[in-house]
Ligand binder design. Structure first.
Ligand code: BGC
Length: 247
């Protein structure tokens, strides 16, 4: 069975047909740079272009890098602030044929990991964290998502958590993996004081290099790398659309 997912990020917008049985991409994905400034209308056009490229007319799952409630964006840490208060599915309705389901990007990645990846068959409390431009979070209890947790914004030593410990911070400040691992460790230390998960799954591009930093962490919770890597958002979006998860 096929579905379709689009993952909106601060630097790229990616979409693909998704095999919902295997939990992977069906064919090649299409990635287009996020327009700058990342205004809603310009991003809607790119999403429509991606869906049109595949000729897909069914339900579409679309992720957004901010809090999504009832289809409305409530925050926009890493995209244009004019998104706040806009309705993503309504914005796309006149541009693409299928019904649109929207959800937070990390929540989508987490859904995919729980179903097909590192969180498969895991009960208890599982926390997925995505390290990219920001830090995204998705919290699951016995496999059920608690949406919009936004743990990237917990305060760590007087600063926004993701500002110090995202993958973008590593690149921006040219940190080695051991240096950056210390930042992530401190971030997780603060997070673990509030949440007691049974497993932490770390995703985003840096999960490919997990061997360079995950063994350096001193968390009490076991940490494992995500398995779907960069495609988790697309797969999770398609899954959410098919199963009507999110709003
Ligand atoms: C946003 C989250 C998002 C994460 C990853 C954070 O800055 O607040 O909503 O999931 O970045 O894109």
């Amino acid at each position: 069975m096929l579905g379709f997912g689009v993952d909106i990020g601060g630097s790229g917008i990616k979409g693909c047909l998704v095999d919902l049985v295997e939990g992977d991409l069906h064919g090649e994905r299409l990635r287009i740079d996020t327009p700058q400034p990342s205004l809603p209308e310009s991003v809607h056009d790119v999403v429509a272009q991606i869906v049109g490229h595949f000729g897909w007319e069914g339900r579409v799952g679309v992720t957004f890098p901010g809090v999504m409630k009832n289809g409305v964006a409530h925050t926009a840490a890493n995209v244009d602030k004019s998104w706040i208060g806009t309705h993503l599915a309504e914005g796309l309705a006149s541009r693409i044929p299928g019904t649109v389901q929207t959800l937070n990007d990390a929540d989508a990645a987490g859904l995919a990991e729980m179903r097909f990846g590192a969180g498969r068959d895991r009960r208890g409390v599982v926390l997925m964290l995505t390290f990219g431009t920001g830090i995204g979070s998705a919290l699951f209890t016995d496999g059920v998502l608690v949406p919009n947790t936004e743990f990237g914004h917990i305060e760590v030593d007087g600063e926004d958590g993701e500002r110090r410990a995202s993958a973008a911070a590593r690149e921006r400040e040219d940190l080695s993996y051991p240096q950056w691992a210390k930042r992530v460790d401190r971030y997780l230390d603060v997070l673990e004081a509030c949440v007691w998960p049974d497993l932490i799954i770390v995703g985003g591009g840096v999960s490919k290099k997990a061997h360079k930093w995950v063994p350096l962490l001193s968390t009490r919770t076991p940490v494992v790398p995500a398995e779907l890597r960069g495609d988790a958002g697309i797969v999770g979006a398609a899954l959410a659309a098919e199963e009507r998860i999110g709003q």
